[in-house]
Ligand binder design. Structure first.
Ligand code: G3P
Length: 216
């Protein structure tokens, strides 16, 4: 399972890219609104930092407008993936854009039916939002598992991006559910490094080394 970063914060992306663990980035209008820069500049910077897919979302819900926005976003860099919500006009746009070679990440997916529609329209990526499902008492990880199963069973081309990840326990859960990608808030990515036994182990090695014959 590949790890993407789910943020529009360039500093976070720079750090994570230096660690060598992320393969892509996803953004959304809410994440972009938290930054004090115009989105075009942000998107360009992200694409310079990460050599992998970078999702940027359209705002319009109307076919022609979506196409206009999508083509503009895709023109920023070859790695830009356009994010489009799972609505009928959106799937019409996915079909057109896929035929033009523009990759689409279908977002705000909360059911297997929506995922199937997205895959049939030609989505390159499908983003089920598991945290938001957990929030309303459903099982987000099970949805990811079901979508991956349907894609495999019917030999569909889309890759699943487990999105709306809220904590570190979501990560192994969606990896075991077969998700192709998980997109993580920076906080969760940082927490993945942590284990108390790692900290204790480092401390013990450093202390023991002080007692060792250090001549090589
Ligand atoms: O990028 C989409 C998704 O990850 C949003 O997550 O925490 O707003 O539900 P959240």
């Amino acid at each position: 399972m590949k790890l993407y970063l789910d943020t529009a914060n360039v500093d976070e992306i720079r750090q994570a890219a230096q660690w060598g663990v992320i393969s892509g980035v996803t953004t959304n209008p809410s994440l972009a609104a938290k930054e004090n820069q115009d989105f075009n500049t942000i998107l360009t910077s992200i694409c310079e930092l990460v050599d992998g897919p970078v999702s940027a979302e359209v705002i319009s819900l109307e076919y022609e407008e979506m196409l206009k926005e999508a083509r503009k976003l895709a023109g920023v860099h070859k790695n830009v993936v356009v994010k489009i919500p799972i609505v009928p006009e959106g799937m019409r746009a996915v079909k057109t854009l896929a035929a033009e070679g523009i990759k689409v990440n279908v977002t705000l997916v909360f059911s297997v039916n929506q995922a199937l529609l997205a895959a049939r329209a030609g989505a390159a990526y499908i983003s089920p939002f598991l945290g938001r499902l957990d929030d309303i008492g459903h099982n987000g990880v099970e949805l990811v598992r079901d979508i991956v199963d349907v894609i495999d069973l019917h030999d569909l081309d889309a890759e699943v991006i487990a999105a709306s990840i809220r904590h570190t326990e979501h990560v192994p859960a969606v990896a075991l559910a077969g998700s192709h990608i998980a997109t993580l808030p920076f906080k969760v990515l940082k927490q993945m490094f942590k284990h108390p036994l790692t900290d204790l182990g480092i401390e013990a090695f450093l202390n023991d080394w002080k007692k060792a014959d250090q001549s090589i």
